[in-house]
Design a protein around this ligand. Structure first.
Ligand SMILES: [Zn+2]
Length: 175
């Protein structure tokens, strides 16, 4: 359900090439933040570029856009998000990993890890792994990568997930 909320909020994204939504849920299973990727508030997104490539990097979206994770943490409607779970479509990049760790988010559940081999994701995994080790003795942070087996099935319906920890060990596999 919460992943569905993350996906639904992502439909509002202007950038149709990568619609990433995020949803933060607290320990009572209440949603404390829903947000999608977008330009910083107050910045007219009609005046900023949305392209993925250009001769000048300043003419692409990348220097400007706020990832869904950042927006979700910043726009939370509770005092803090410590111990919360974040549902996000894509595995978080290194910048978002920093925010997630600093915000005290306990679990990250994502559906896709399609940029696994990029520098950002590799750094992100290192950070999240370290945070896991560091917090292990107290709260045991668990970061799960949820991979969709059958990509044609809607991600949040009748989906068979394999849950893996960051060391790529399967921790849950449905029959
Ligand atoms: Zn990010």
């Amino acid at each position: 359900y919460f992943m569905a909320v993350a996906f639904l909020s992502a439909q509002r994204i202007k950038d149709s090439s990568s619609q990433v939504g995020a949803c933060i849920v607290n320990q009572e299973n209440k949603i404390v933040g829903i947000v999608y990727k977008g330009m910083p508030s107050g910045c007219d997104d009609d005046l900023l570029p949305w392209s993925r490539s250009a001769d000048n990097k300043l003419d692409t979206k990348y220097p400007y856009v706020c990832h869904a994770e950042l927006n979700a943490i910043m726009n939370k409607n509770s005092a803090d998000v410590k111990g919360c779970t974040m549902y996000v479509a894509l595995f978080p990049c290194n910048e978002c990993a920093k925010l997630i760790i600093q915000a005290g988010i306990k679990d990250v559940i994502c559906l896709s890890d399609k940029y696994h081999d990029t520098l950002e994701m590799t750094a992100s995994r290192q950070l999240l792994n370290l945070a896991v080790v560091w917090v292990m003795s107290k709260h045991r942070v668990k970061v799960c990568i949820c991979l969709i087996l059958h990509r044609k099935i809607k991600p949040y319906q009748n989906t068979k997930y394999i849950w893996k920890n960051l060391s790529n060990q399967t921790i849950y596999s449905p029959h």
